[in-house]
Design a protein. Structure first.
Length: 440
């Protein structure tokens, strides 16, 4: 092997190692469907002069990674100690392309400028800006709550990006990642390193705090982390469910969450939805007729994510068909577009109720440790539907079915997936349960 070939192999190994760390954290944070679709197929090519070249399979994947995933990849790259790293996604295996993601330079998707402000979110927006721009916040901690898909994560990411651009040591984590880090630190006897990582930052941002529910030992660790940062006058920003409705989180924690400023985000009103549609259309480089924007606003009654999904689909169809889209064409396409996104998904507890009714068992039995074959089947199907149809994390699904750990949930899902290939009765059972829940 020549010297040049050896150097190329070393670069490839380094690229594989770096991307391995980044993609591992992305796997923890992203919904499984998003990770499998966009991150898992990526292959590392090389690293040269602090540019990590990664191969994607198609121009469409390249475009989606640029438009939809650049923010989180940038942040995770930073948090895995690759602060100056630039990432170049290329189609195929040639690294001779201009980098498309540059750390802290292409983070517009979750910036304050890209957040559409209206009556439903203006207080949360103002509080987030204040937390990002002032060295000593007037209110600490800041707690932001809402239903899913209304902008909590957007604001947390915007605060994080702003703080990092000011050279502050800001750390963003989901509560699931905090839990995994805490468990790993105890298991590997690295609690000192854990404390240093989480308690030496200038700001700690924690998303989906409700998933600490039922995790008593992790709550203990978070309590001490919170206290030390708070007493050191460090910024703490938390997002999650209504703090008054957090299940199985110690009162000493919830009281601290509410000791600063608590703000909520409500579903956007009509005018704000129109502004979001216009903003999204402009970024995608398309022009929608006013009557189309009006129709999209009228059918989207759940959250902002469904608006973005529909506008993305409209753009794709405009590109395929060319020319201006009519209202009639838009209606036809929207009606056929994954209708579950145009209505509320069932509540997780309703899933357990439906499955219990279907198999003639109790909800308590599903959540128990019973090894009855009927109960195990109901529990596995519960895990499968919570993960596949409601897109909950493994930890969140485990909590709902009786504080089962995430490995139990993942094993159950894998078991059902394998059985579905050949078991017609299982396919029928799951479809009947989905029908009862209006899951299509």
């Amino acid at each position: 092997m020549s010297k040049i070939e050896a150097e190329q192999d070393n670069l490839k190994d380094s690229a594989k190692e770096i991307w391995g760390r980044i993609s591992s954290q992305l796997k923890e944070e992203l919904p499984q469907i998003n990770y499998n679709m966009w991150i898992k197929p990526i292959s590392p090519i090389s690293i040269n002069r602090n540019v990590l070249s990664l191969s994607v399979k198609s121009p469409f994947a390249l475009k989606m990674l640029n438009e939809r995933m650049s923010s989180i990849i940038t942040r995770v790259s930073y948090e895995t100690n690759h602060k100056g790293l630039e990432i170049s996604f290329v189609v195929g295996s040639s690294p001779k392309k201009t980098p498309v993601i540059s750390n802290l330079k292409n983070n517009d998707m979750y910036s304050f400028d890209s957040f559409v402000v209206g009556p439903s979110n203006e207080l949360a927006f103002a509080a987030s800006k204040q937390m990002a721009n002032f060295s000593t916040p007037e209110y600490n901690p800041l707690y932001i709550y809402s239903n899913v898909g209304l902008g909590k994560t957007h604001l947390l990411q915007a605060i994080w990006s702003s703080l990092v651009s000011q050279k502050q040591r800001a750390k963003y984590v989901t509560s699931e990642k905090f839990t995994n880090d805490y468990i790993r630190a105890i298991k590997e006897n690295k609690t000192d390193a854990f404390r240093k990582e989480y308690r030496s930052c200038d700001a700690l941002l924690v998303d989906d705090i409700q998933f600490l529910s039922g995790k008593t030992q992790t709550q203990e660790g978070f309590f001490h982390t919170f206290n030390e940062l708070f007493l050191s006058n460090k910024k703490i920003i938390i997002a999650g469910d209504d703090p008054n409705k957090l299940l199985e989180i110690e009162s000493r924690l919830t009281s601290r969450f509410q000791s600063g400023l608590v703000v909520d985000i409500q579903p956007p009103d009509y005018e704000t939805k129109i502004a979001i549609i216009q903003n999204k259309s402009e970024k995608l480089g398309i022009s929608l007729l006013p009557e189309i924007a009006d129709y999209v606003a009228s059918v989207c009654n759940v959250n902002i994510r469904q608006i973005e999904s529909i506008v993305n689909r409209l753009k794709a169809m405009i590109q395929l068909k060319g020319g201006e889209m009519t209202l009639e064409t838009a209606k036809t396409m929207i009606i056929g577009f994954d209708e579950i996104k145009l209505k509320k998904r069932p509540e997780p507890e309703n899933v357990i109720t439906a499955i219990a009714d279907y198999f003639n068992v109790s909800e308590e039995e599903i959540k128990s440790s019973s090894r009855s074959s009927q109960i195990i089947r109901a529990r596995r199907i519960s895990s499968y539907i919570l993960r596949k149809d409601l897109h909950l994390t493994a930890s969140a699904s485990g909590y709902i079915i009786g504080n089962k750990n995430h490995a139990t949930v993942l094993n159950a899902v894998k078991f059902i997936e394998n059985k579905l290939i050949s078991d017609k009765n299982l396919r029928y059972n799951i479809q009947q349960i989905r029908n009862s829940l209006n899951i299509t």
